[in-house]
Each structure stands twice: as C-alpha cells, then as structure tokens.
Design a protein around this ligand. Structure first.
Ligand SMILES: N[C@@H](CCC(=O)N[C@@H](CS)C(=O)NCC(=O)O)C(=O)O
Length: 218
C-alpha cells in the first residue's frame, strides 16, 4: 500500500486532515506549502489546478476536500471509532455534520476573511461583515445539538467533531469569536486539548518553519 501524501498549509483547512491522521494514527507524508501556494508555490498548480489546500494523493486517488480527506484517513484501512459506519446509530447525522462543517459554516467565514482581512482595499468590508453575522447565525444547529451532548454524534469523538471544530478554531484565529456562544467555546476547548490535535499543530508548524529562509549570517 502507498503512503498518502498530504499537501497543505499550516493551520489551513488541511488541519482537519492532519488532525484526523493523528487521531487515527494513519501514516501520511505531510508536505507543508507556503500560503497561498497559487502564488508562492506555482508548481503546485500542476498537482492541483484549483490551487487550493489540502490535497491528498494516495496512489491514483486524489481528494481536494478537507472533510472528505479527514473521513478518508479515518476509514481507509477499515472503519475506526473516529467514523460512524452505515447501520450504526447517528450515521446520517455523522454525514450531515461532516458536510455541514465546510459547506454551511466555513463558507461564510471565508467570504468574511476575503472581504475584511485579505482584500480590504476592494471596499467590500460591509458585505464581509454581513457574512460574519451570517456565520454566527449558522452556529445555531451545532449549538442546539451540543446542548445535551459532549460530541456531535454517537456519544464519542468523531471526524464530524474535527470538521466542525476546525471552523470554531478558525473563528478564533480570524477575529470572528464575538458571536460564538460560550457553550461552543467550551466545546472547542475540549477538542483542542486533545493530544492528537496538539501533535497535528506541531507537525504543521515544524513544516512551516522548515519553509522559512534561514536567517542571513551577519
Ligand atoms: N472546500 C475546500 C476548500 C479549500 C480551500 O479553499 N482552501 C483554502 C485554504 S483554507 C485555499 O487553498 N485558499 C487559497 C486559494 O484559494 O488560493 C476544503 O474544505 O478543502
């Protein structure tokens, strides 16, 4: 069997994949790129014409969706407790929250980031702020779900928590935390305290540091 190669940028949505690999103890060849690779690693466009990260290459198989990669790494060699199998309780909810994480929650976050952080000069800040509000409103579904649960599905930590948890981690790092309910902040704190999350961060950070040009000798 091949070792899957994960191309990503430190702390990007690819963290979902690095984190899942650490939780599942799945072997991956982690390749950290400078952000954005579209400009800073143009040769990457040959591997992924979208220019986005993450990308997982596993033999002939190629995936470019962070939530799909997290699920794939948790199930590639057979179902692990990190995923929920068909027929198991909360299988449908597991699929739903895993997709919900990027399609419904991270989507407005990225529009906010684009208009309010990366492309401020375009004069679209008002629209960006509207997307920030939209993001806050969209947290209602996970807030209600977690009101009576520690984890989203089947009373255990799964890839659905990794995928949704990353959106909450991103919220904190891009200044989108004001409208995040305290209960979801507590959920995020539980998730980020996990040793596998800490290891994933360290791995990505080590890769990022290795990219930086060595300091010039005086
Ligand atoms: N839905 C995709 C989105 C991938 C994506 O847009 N990634 C961002 C980083 S978080 C990116 O690569 N941006 C750089 C660009 O588009 O040039 C996923 O979840 O993996």
């Amino acid at each position: 069997m091949t070792t899957p190669v994960l191309y990503t940028c430190a702390r990007s949505r690819g963290l979902r994949a690095t984190w899942a690999a650490e939780e599942a103890e799945a072997l991956i060849d982690l390749r950290i790129l400078p952000f954005p690779p579209r400009y800073l690693a143009p040769e990457y466009m040959e591997l992924n014409p979208l220019g986005t990260v993450p990308l997982l290459v596993d033999g002939e198989t190629r995936l470019t969706e962070s939530c799909a990669i997290a699920h794939y790494l948790a199930t590639r060699d057979g179902y692990t407790p990190l995923a929920i199998a068909p027929g198991e309780r909360d299988y449908g909810e597991y699929c739903d929250y895993t997709y919900h994480a990027d399609a419904t929650i991270t989507f407005p976050q990225t529009v906010y980031m684009r208009f309010c952080l990366f492309e401020k000069d375009k004069g679209l800040q008002e629209a960006g702020e509207a997307y920030a509000k939209w993001f806050y409103k969209r947290l209602i579904k996970i807030e209600e779900r977690l009101a009576t649960r520690e984890y989203l599905c089947a009373d255990r930590f799964t890839v659905a928590d990794i995928c949704v948890g990353y959106a909450l981690i991103l919220a904190q790092s891009v200044g989108l935390d004001d409208g995040v309910p305290e209960s979801l902040k507590a959920y995020r704190a539980r998730l980020t305290a996990r040793p596998a999350y800490q290891r994933a961060l360290e791995r990505e950070e080590a890769g990022r540091k290795a990219l930086s040009p060595a300091p010039k000798a005086p």
